[in-house]
Design a protein around this ligand. Structure first.
Ligand code: NI
Length: 500
């Protein structure tokens, strides 16, 4: 009995153990499946399905919104919205969330840009409260183009109870990273850009299978016409410009976002800015326009006055280095119009002038009166000196200051590879040879845009320079070269023309 019962008991115990082991295994498998399902779902909810087409130079991209399918027992809410970290440009992402909405935004560390972002976040907050959807989300992408331009692209989306995107819009801003200045449509695009934008975006929508059936509608034709208002959402990355569109504006059907990309090569002539966001020099409309050399791009404040100091007849082995000491100490630049023998004897000073951002002009080989020379002598005189300067300092010479300010139509015609640069403030330093008188002349006669005539072969001029340079800077003047003066005032210098 006992034995029999014991056998039964052992058999029962074995069976029970098996059941327990199988149950535990089933439980573990169920947990793994549940975890996997949750992971797959959270991925699917935030991954839009993209389709990209490339047409010639223009890359066009349609972004179709994901239709999310949360498990039946999981109700969608703004809590499920996550930032897409792929496009943060390395910035820290913060979020502002309350019941019904979540807004993601970057922290850039630039006071100016971050204050703009916080104003936009406040705007988004009021915007999402007006959407007739149960849940709203704002996410951002940040692009940095050529290390200097920051573009922020916000996607503003409304979701239904199931988490489907039912409304979608874009909002963009472009900033210069250096200083945080915002660049608007009018700062960036020339008028001819909008014709091109219209043509290329219509090409995109008529080739896209999901949109081509709507491209006859009047609303579409208006919303893709060459009007600047149709292209006010844009960003820049390293390859070029991207324009953004929403389906509500274009097709009166909400919920889908589109982008059309343009390469820099394709649209360069339609932009008012260089790739780094700096203002482009006005398009050369004169084939004689000379290249302007800008040694220290970006350290000039366009709102502040500028003045060009010019020193003639050097270099002097004694006084020119004294003047350069002062200029370098104050991060100031000047233009030196050198003569032949002095240039030949002081190649290291020419090199130093260029290295410190200064410009070198040509004051003729022998300080000759150009109007009294034959055409061939005149050309040889000037070109020989330019070759000496270029060999010594590696700087191309584009300016000639005619000795005694003497020129005529022949000089202008023969020297048409150079701009003839005179002056508008004469300090008379060569005549007074008086430090105080020179300082007084400079301080009393200087105004924004002045080109000041001095001579770096005189001791008193070097002494005066030491005094008036800090005084000019204290009065707000930026001391620039001739090329910089013309460049930053959006002017050109043309060969054979007379200036100053
Ligand atoms: Ni002279």
């Amino acid at each position: 009995m006992i034995i029999g019962n014991r056998k039964k008991w052992v058999k029962y115990k074995k069976t029970r153990n098996r059941i327990i082991i199988i149950s535990v295994l089933l439980l573990v498998i169920a947990v793994i499946i549940a975890v996997l399902a949750a992971v797959i779902h959270s991925f699917g909810a935030n991954t839009p399905s993209n389709s990209t087409e490339t047409t010639g130079e223009t890359t066009t991209e349609a972004v179709t919104q994901a239709t999310t399918q949360p498990a039946a027992e999981e109700k969608f809410s703004e809590k499920k919205l996550a930032h897409n970290n792929n496009n943060s440009a390395g910035y820290e992402t913060k979020e502002k969330a309350e019941k019904g909405y979540k807004i993601f935004y970057p922290v850039t560390g630039s006071e100016h840009i971050d204050s703009r972002i916080m104003k936009d976040v406040a705007y988004f907050k009021s915007l999402v409260s007006q959407l007739n959807t149960p849940y709203q989300g704002v996410d951002y992408s940040a692009f940095i183009s050529n290390k200097l331009l920051l573009s922020l692209v916000y996607e503003i989306q409304g979701y239904n109870d199931k988490g489907d995107v039912v409304s979608a819009d874009y909002f963009t801003r472009v900033f210069k990273l250096n200083g945080g200045e915002e660049l608007g449509q009018n700062d960036i695009f020339k008028d001819n850009f909008f014709e091109h934008a219209s043509k290329k975006s219509r090409e995109f929508f008529s080739k896209n299978d999901s949109t081509k059936q709507w491209t006859e509608q009047e609303n579409y034709l208006n919303a893709t016409s060459a009007s600047p208002a149709n292209y006010d959402r844009f960003a820049f990355d390293d390859s070029g410009c991207i324009l953004y569109f929403d389906s509500k504006t274009i097709f009166e059907k909400p919920g889908t976002l589109y982008s059309v990309a343009f390469s820099y090569d394709e649209i360069y002539d339609m932009l008012k800015i260089e790739k780094d966001g700096s203002k482009k020099h006005p398009k050369n409309d004169n084939k004689n326009n000379l290249p302007l050399y800008i040694p220290k791009q970006g350290d000039i404040d366009l709102a502040k006055p500028m003045v060009a100091l010019t020193y003639d007849d050097g270099p002097s082995s004694i006084h020119t280095p004294e003047i350069l000491d002062v200029l370098e100490k104050h991060n100031a630049r000047a233009t030196f119009f050198v003569t032949g023998t002095n240039a030949k004897n002081n190649p290291d000073i020419l090199k130093r002038q260029v290295n410190s951002g200064c410009q070198i002009g040509n004051h003729t080989m022998w300080h000759s009166n150009l109007t009294k020379q034959s055409e061939s002598d005149m050309l040889k005189d000037v070109n020989d000196l330019s070759a000496i300067i270029e060999n010594a300092a590696g700087a191309k010479v584009t300016l000639v200051r005619p000795p005694y300010g003497a020129f005529d139509d022949t000089v202008k015609r023969v020297l048409n590879q150079y701009a003839l640069m005179l002056w508008n403030v004469d300090t008379m330093d060569w005549s007074s040879r008086d430090k105080n008188a020179i300082v007084k002349e400079v301080m009393e006669n200087t105004s924004d845009g002045a080109i000041i005539l001095l001579h770096d072969i005189h001791k008193e001029t070097a002494q005066a320079t030491k005094e008036f340079v800090p005084k000019l800077i204290e009065k707000g003047y930026q001391l620039v070269t001739i090329d910089e003066l013309y460049y930053y005032r959006d002017k050109t210098l043309a060969g054979g023309n007379v200036y100053g």
